[in-house]
Design a protein around this ligand. Structure first.
Ligand SMILES: Nc1nc2c(c(=O)[nH]1)N=C([C@H](O)[C@H](O)COP(=O)(O)OP(=O)(O)OP(=O)(O)O)CN2
Ligand SMILES: [Zn+2]
Length: 126
């Protein structure tokens, strides 16, 4: 099986209510988020692609239009937009909008708020 990935990034603010008093993430702050989408396949098409990286362009457009320079507490409609919840939100968007048009299967959406941390949502489309 092959796996390919494409990385996207955007800047956004959030705050995480519900943390202990004084926790830094309870305050309004921002991140340069990184999102990686992993697509897998058992065969190759065209010149040797699982799926053309360019087929993920609509996902980049969604990020630019709806998440970049936004406040994630407003956009996601959850009280605490953690990396885990953002990964789930993005996985649902990919499932709803791109699953049928990609050459391969959507496998993982991984979100990083900082270079040292990540959360991922593993898709099961079987
Ligand atoms: N499991 C999760 N833990 C935390 C999340 C999250 O989404 N999922 N988010 C935060 C905060 O948003 C915080 O801004 C980022 O946390 P942290 O990695 O601690 O950020 P730092 O840049 O301060 O990391 P250092 O490596 O300590 O410098 C918190 N936890
Ligand atoms: Zn944060």
């Amino acid at each position: 099986m092959w796996r390919i990935g494409k990385r996207f990034s955007f800047d956004a603010s959030h705050r995480l209510p519900g943390l202990p008093e004084g926790h830094k993430c309870g305050r309004l702050h921002g991140h340069t988020y990184t999102v990686e989408v992993v697509v897998e396949g058992d065969s190759l098409t065209g010149p040797g692609f699982v799926t053309d990286f360019g087929d993920l362009a609509p996902f980049g457009q969604y990020i630019n239009d709806h998440l970049d320079h936004r406040h994630l507490n407003d956009v996601l409609g959850v009280i605490a937009p953690t990396s885990e919840r953002l990964a789930w939100h993005l996985a649902q968007w990919l499932k709803d909008h791109l699953a049928d048009s990609l050459g391969g299967r959507l496998a993982v959406v991984r979100v990083s708020e900082t270079p040292s941390s990540w959360a991922e949502y593993v898709l099961d489309l079987t």
